[in-house]
Design a protein around this ligand. Structure first.
Ligand SMILES: NC(=O)c1ccc[n+]([C@@H]2O[C@H](COP(=O)([O-])OP(=O)(O)OC[C@H]3O[C@@H](n4cnc5c(N)ncnc54)[C@H](OP(=O)(O)O)[C@@H]3O)[C@@H](O)[C@H]2O)c1
Length: 327
């Protein structure tokens, strides 16, 4: 069996570390190169019992690699992408830098695996809310097209990287010790609180995170007219995002029919009465519950879902894309 040479760009971050863990769990035939900033040079991590040392990511770091899994922010991703391409590696990116580029496939393997094969060296992983939300509702959309989604998200602090996760842990400690709480990674205190803003606000009053769900879903589902009204909220949960969704369908649908579809769907588990973030953390399924009709509108269904946004919402989805290409 061929061994693939894989670089992780941003190997020391929340997503990069999860990539190591998921590839080890899956026992993929890979040889890894760990890349991060100058700050991390020499840090050591174990993969399959072997010690790997982090190198500084530079313009020449990608020579000889088959794949690069991107786990850095937009600016770094845009900077390194041309060098990855030049080195001949396929770049699977977790940032939002290339998601809406018409030449870049945007892929959730359970939803649109066929898009993965038509690429020009870059494939984008969707936003974590898009991945979790669409994994849950694409099986419904295939049978009964969704025309409009009204969603509210409850997003874990690790969605903001290591800095976000550390901030909640530090504020928990400060609260317990009666120390002053000084927000740094988030705009407001996150412990014993929630923050209804993720990303910057546009002229219509939506944040960048909220617009991603509509724009990315339109591309993935080939549904340019899909309308999404989303409110994204940061909550004091460590890992796993939750989403409440009201789906306006093309025709009326019974709750039992929805449940039957989701019971058979790839990557989904029907969990009644409902999942919580702790039920989905450290595993890859998107769990769905609280399915009922919307009493305020016809042809409308309400559901609740949770998914681990570091795994299925980022690392696992990217690795599934790589596996499709390996096969
Ligand atoms: N966290 C999530 O749940 C999640 C979900 C979906 C998508 N994403 C996306 O995934 C990407 C990574 O997010 P994260 O949460 O893992 O962030 P993170 O924990 O803050 O990690 C950032 C990574 O980027 C590296 N980095 C920073 N500057 C660099 C440079 N100049 N050269 C090379 N590497 C550099 C860091 O290395 P050092 O340690 O050396 O600084 C670190 O490995 C982001 O685009 C994010 O939007 C995150």
């Amino acid at each position: 069996m061929k061994t693939y040479k894989v670089g992780i760009l941003g190997a020391t971050g929340v997503v990069g570390q999860m990539m190591l863990k998921v590839m080890e769990e899956k026992q993929l035939p890979v040889e890894l190169r760990l890349l991060a900033s100058k700050r991390s040079v020499g840090k050591e991590f174990t993969f399959n019992g072997e010690t790997l040392v982090v190198e500084e990511a530079t313009e020449t770091s990608f020579e000889g690699l088959d794949f690069v899994l991107g786990a850095v922010g937009n600016d770094m991703s845009k900077y390194f992408a041309p060098f990855i391409k030049e080195a001949g590696a396929i770049y699977i990116d977790n940032s939002s830098a290339f998601r809406l580029d018409p030449n870049v496939p945007l892929v959730v393997p359970e939803v649109n695996p066929e898009h993965v094969y038509v690429h020009q060296g870059i494939i984008a992983n969707p936003n974590c809310v898009t991945i979790i939300g669409l994994t849950a509702i694409a099986p419904i959309h295939r049978l009964n097209p969704i025309q409009r989604i009204v969603a509210s998200t409850y997003q874990a602090v690790s969605g903001a990287g290591i800095a976000g996760m550390n901030e909640l842990l530090k504020q928990l400690e400060d609260l317990y010790l009666n120390n002053e709480i000084v927000p740094q990674a988030f705009a407001r205190q996150i412990v014993c609180n929630l923050i209804p803003q993720i990303g910057s606000e546009n002229e219509l009053g939506y944040t960048s995170e909220e617009m991603k769900f509509q724009n990315e879903s339109r591309k993935i589902l080939n549904s340019p007219d899909l309308k999404v009204n989303c409110t994204c909220v940061r909550v004091p949960v460590i890992q796993s995002h939750s989403i409440s969704m009201t789906l306006e369908l093309t025709r009326e649908m019974e709750v039992d029919e929805v449940k039957e579809l989701l019971e058979k769907a790839k990557g989904v588990e029907l969990m009644e009465p409902y999942p919580t973030p702790l039920d989905t953390t450290n595993q890859d399924l998107v769990k769905v519950g609280r399915i009922h009709k919307d009493i305020s509108a016809d042809r409308s269904i309400v559901l609740w879902c949770c998914g681990d946004q570091v795994r299925k919402g980022a690392a696992t989805n990217a690795i599934q894309i790589m596996e499709l290409l390996m096969n």
